[in-house]
Write a protein of this length. Structure first.
Length: 749
């Protein structure tokens, strides 16, 4: 034990050897909090201050719990299985299994995961003849779980909020009916585990006193991520005089959307009159410049408990900042920089690309795919593998080929339009008998199911009527008319899926810009002309009846999406780049980190501007992102970014201004405060040059121009030079057009 204590720095040692009293340990990023927690438990047991069964340790992941048990087993010459170490859900499950009768549960009660819970809610709605479009199961699950995490049963919800409108009362009624169904079936969801456990201890005084007397030391990891009910559960167990040892970092509280309440830390300090507040500020992960930048950013948040990270590892390299003209240029620059890093000897697996929103991964993935660089999306799916993207692509595939049974089956009842399993079985039987596609067999299905199937067929006809639209507009039209946008708007957490669908429009616009060639008007419409051989190979000849309206560009775009989706994603053991959102990156660290998309409205997210303390959480998210880097940190932003297939102009993120000048190295001319660099950014080998003037042609971004066919427009983007120069012009009613200046006869307006 003494050898373990010798490896601790003074604040860590002070935390480990505290007397049995309440303590709050403010553990900064990379400060060794796991070592402190495990060594604290080992020290308590070694000094006979507590027996192993008297320890309760709460972690936020099963991985962290297993790591703690493994470390303790290596330290202590005893069996550590007597200790209760686990997640909130795991510990509550253990408690309910031991006292299932008192909890009103069957001995072998089952736990519903999120998919099971949604299925259970769907069954409930069907049994009650409730319209699942008015009450989407996914949203109803979110509502139920949110109430449980606040400690509210259905009756308490109505009493607390006094709902008066029918819709709100109905939702509370469905919560009550769901509870009754779960009780009848002997099942519990994840939120129920904690609430049922809390209620059991609260109402059963002998049982509560038993566990209060048993657990004399309660240790909590990631305390900043606890919600209200979890904190109340801890207070209940500690009510008999147990010592609460809470380790957390208020500067890394980034899960308010999951119900985490950073205020629990201040409440704990006040309600338990905590005398032992220890700050772990020495960082063992990052170089000094990175830590100084993180400190400078986070100090702008008020109401912090306060700490300042430092290291003995030296200042290290300056933080590199890059300004690009567009998100595509930003992605290409990142690819070139990664290639240089790999040539220098950096392992790809030690390079992370972080972004605020999942939708941002599309441009990065596309650039990496084109460059042949292996990558892995950590904690998520590649862009073209995401469900909402597959739904939209399925509708697009049906425009190109109504005989595509796979696409048909995917969206015939998504969003839900009342086409049930029996109707689909009848349709499949009819298609088999006629040796036809599912779509072609629709007229053979009778009854109400046939009517609804005919309605879906009519929707496909309407979508195909719009096939003449430019590809980005067609994608936007499909997302809207199919009902996908409305469906995800009605989901409580559907915004991320909407962002991804918007990014699909951007992907279509980028595809046209990259793959297109100018026609006689100078418009870049596609290299395929009317050559039907350029259609994707999975489109059958029978599907080409709409050749005058279906764009060859659409078929090529679908083939492109399939190729990117079909590209093998690198596995865990492969030397591959790591792509992830900042939320997914928490708890991880890398030698090199890129944080892209640092623009106001993106990071910090535009929603944070209107939410109470939203900007503070965004700043904590930036703090987490910065402190993932060990040796080298890149920050990048773009002047323009595609949104809904249109170019959007953003200001640089305010977080860039919060990084001290002496810590950074600008790889492009320095942007002014709150603006962009006046001169053009340097270029790199694989990227076209973009500048304010279009290749010396005399035109500039922002200039009004006239085109013989499209009329009056404004130049919003430019790239290339000489005969390769082209501009992007917003023609208003005629839409956005990329024009080759060597062909288009543009005139200054």
């Amino acid at each position: 034990m003494n050898s373990l204590l010798d490896r601790l720095n003074p604040p860590q040692l002070a935390a480990v050897t505290l007397p049995p009293a309440h303590a709050l340990i403010l553990a900064g990023a990379g400060s060794g909090k796991t070592r402190v927690l495990t060594t604290r438990i080992a020290w308590l047991i070694s000094n006979r201050q507590v027996a192993p069964p008297g320890v309760l340790a709460v972690t936020f992941t099963n991985k962290a719990a297993k790591e703690m048990q493994t470390r303790l087993a290596a330290i202590l010459p005893i069996n550590v299985r007597g200790m209760w170490i686990g997640t909130f859900h795991g510990l509550c499950n253990r408690l309910l299994r031991a006292h299932y009768r008192d909890a009103g549960l069957p001995q072998l009660f089952q736990i519903l995961d999120s998919a099971d819970q949604q299925a259970s809610v769907k069954r409930l709605l069907k049994s009650l003849n409730v319209d699942d479009e008015k009450f989407p199961p996914r949203e109803l699950c979110h509502f139920i779980n949110a109430q449980k995490e606040q400690g509210l049963r259905a009756a308490a919800v109505e009493a607390a909020f006094g709902y008066t409108d029918d819709w709100a009362r109905k939702r509370v009624g469905l919560y009550e009916a769901y509870e009754a169904q779960c009780q009848r079936e002997g099942v519990v969801d994840f939120a129920e585990l904690l609430l049922r456990s809390y209620e059991l201890l609260e109402r059963n005084e002998p049982l509560r006193r038993h566990y209060q007397e048993r657990f004399r030391h309660i240790l909590v990891d990631e305390f900043q991520d606890t919600n209200k009910l979890q904190y109340r559960w801890l207070k209940l167990l500690a009510g008999g005089g147990a010592a609460l040892f809470c380790v957390g970092d208020d500067d890394q509280s980034i899960y308010a959307f999951r119900g985490a309440d950073v205020g629990n830390m201040a409440d704990f300090e006040r309600e338990f009159q905590v005398q032992n507040l220890i700050r772990l500020e020495q960082n063992y992960r990052s170089h000094g410049n990175i830590l100084d930048a993180a400190n400078a950013i986070i100090k702008n948040n008020p109401s912090r408990l306060g700490k300042n990270l430092w290291t003995e590892a030296g200042s290290g390299e300056p933080i590199r900042i890059y300004e690009s003209y567009s998100d595509g240029d930003e992605a290409r620059w990142i690819v070139e920089e990664i290639r240089a890093l790999v040539r220098e000897g950096h392992a790809r697996a030690e390079i992370a690309l972080l972004y605020r929103s999942n939708a941002q991964s599309r441009a990065l993935e596309h650039a990496l795919f084109n460059a042949g660089l292996p990558y892995r999306v950590y904690g998520g799916l590649r862009f073209f593998e995401r469900a909402e993207i597959k739904h939209a692509l399925a509708y697009l595939r049906l425009i190109a080929n109504t005989d595509d049974d796979t696409a048909f089956a995917r969206v015939v009842n998504f969003p839900a339009r009342g086409i049930g399993a029996r109707s689909l079985e009848n349709l499949q039987d009819a298609a088999k008998a006629a040796n036809s596609s599912l779509h072609a067999a629709i007229p053979q299905v009778a009854g109400a199911g046939g009517v609804k199937l005919a309605g879906f067929a009519q929707l496909i006809v309407k979508l195909r009527e719009a096939a003449h639209l430019p590809l980005p507009e067609l994608v936007d039209h499909v997302i809207e008319l199919s009902g996908l946008r409305t469906h995800y708007k009605n989901e409580k957490e559907g915004q991320e899926r909407l962002d991804n669908l918007d990014e699909l429009i951007n992907a279509a616009a980028s595809f046209v810009a990259e793959e297109g060639t100018p026609n006689q008007d100078g418009e870049i419409t596609g290299e395929f002309g009317n050559d039907l051989s350029s259609f994707s190979s999975d489109i059958t000849p029978a599907a080409l009846v709409f050749t005058e309206t279906v764009q060859p560009m659409l078929a090529s775009f679908l083939a492109h999406a399939s190729l990117e989706a079909g590209e093998h994603q690198a596995g865990e053991g492969d030397d591959a780049l790591q792509l992830m959102t900042v939320h997914s990156a928490k708890g991880l660290e890398f030698n090199v980190v890129f944080i892209s998309g640092l623009e106001d409205g993106l990071f910090p997210h535009e929603n944070s501007m209107s939410e109470d303390k939203g900007l503070e959480e965004e700043r904590r998210l930036m703090y987490v992102a910065v402190t993932r880097a060990r040796q080298r940190l890149y920050l990048s932003f773009a002047q323009t970014r595609m949104l809904h297939g249109q170019t959007r102009y953003n200001l640089p993120s305010r977080f860039l201004d919060e990084v001290p000048d002496e810590l950074v190295k600008w790889l492009t001319p320095r942007a002014g405060k709150g603006g962009f660099a006046v001169s053009s950014a340097p270029t790199f080998t694989s990227a076209p040059r973009r500048s304010e003037s279009s290749g010396g042609s005399g035109f500039r971004i922002g200039q009004s121009v006239m085109h013989a066919k499209f009329g009056l427009g404004v130049i919003v983007n430019a790239e290339g030079s000489g005969t390769d120069a082209r501009v992007q012009v917003n023609f208003g009613h005629a839409g956005m057009k990329w024009l080759a200046l060597s062909v288009a006869k543009l005139e200054a307006a």
